[in-house]
Ligand binder design. Structure first.
Ligand SMILES: [Ca+2]
Ligand SMILES: [Ca+2]
Length: 196
């Protein structure tokens, strides 16, 4: 175990990252090893291609969108803290959270609300704070198989937006989105085991 703790010292800002993301020291260490293994050519950051090696994302229909969210401002590089911050949204709520949280601290990244926010921005491509029918259609196209015709897809998109659209502006705001998913087990849907 001696070598493990010396590795821990290599993680940049380990303590603040742990507080911010809720990952335990051991998980951070494992993520750090994962990060270094994904980092081909030892660049010190991950590129889009590096992230595409993550199996859980490769098989996820929204994997490409999730990968996009690692690169928020058109940047092409993900450093370790940013890597961990995105992954924290997928961390299942578990005993790592039990009783340790200071109520003055910001909401954990893997809270239901933050998971919903993360999911929302996968839909809201132009980031105007609303999911348009067109944006809904694009996500549905990624998620459903080829057995559905374009026409059927359009009517599903139309209906999905209509059902969620409470103020009738023809688009789904974040609140409408959160409300329409009220009964969904977002915890289970948004738990991706990156470490496996
Ligand atoms: Ca939008
Ligand atoms: Ca609306």
């Amino acid at each position: 175990m001696g070598s493990r703790s010396s590795h821990a010292a290599l993680i940049p800002d380990a303590d603040s990252l742990r507080r911010e993301t809720g990952f335990s020291q051991a998980s951070l260490l494992r993520l750090y090893h994962r990060f270094r293994a994904l980092d081909t050519n030892k660049k010190g950051y991950l590129s889009r291609m590096d992230l595409q090696q993550i199996g859980a994302l490769a098989v996820n229909p929204l994997g490409d969108r999730i990968i996009d969210s690692f690169f928020p401002d058109g940047s092409l590089q993900v450093d370790f803290p940013d890597f961990v911050r995105v992954l924290a949204h997928f961390r299942p709520a578990d005993d790592e959270d039990a009783g340790l949280r200071d109520p003055r601290e910001p909401e954990p990244l893997n809270s239901r609300m933050n998971k919903l926010r993360f999911a929302f921005q996968l839909y809201d491509l132009d980031r105007d704070g609303k999911i348009s029918r067109h944006e809904m259609l694009q996500v549905l196209r990624l998620m459903v198989g080829v057995q559905v015709t374009e026409e059927q897809l359009e009517s599903i998109a139309e209906r999905t937006v209509q059902e969620a659209d409470e103020d009738g502006d023809g688009a789904v705001s974040f609140l409408e989105f959160a409300k329409s998913l009220e009964k969904m087990d977002i915890e289970q849907k948004m738990s991706i085991r990156i470490l496996k």
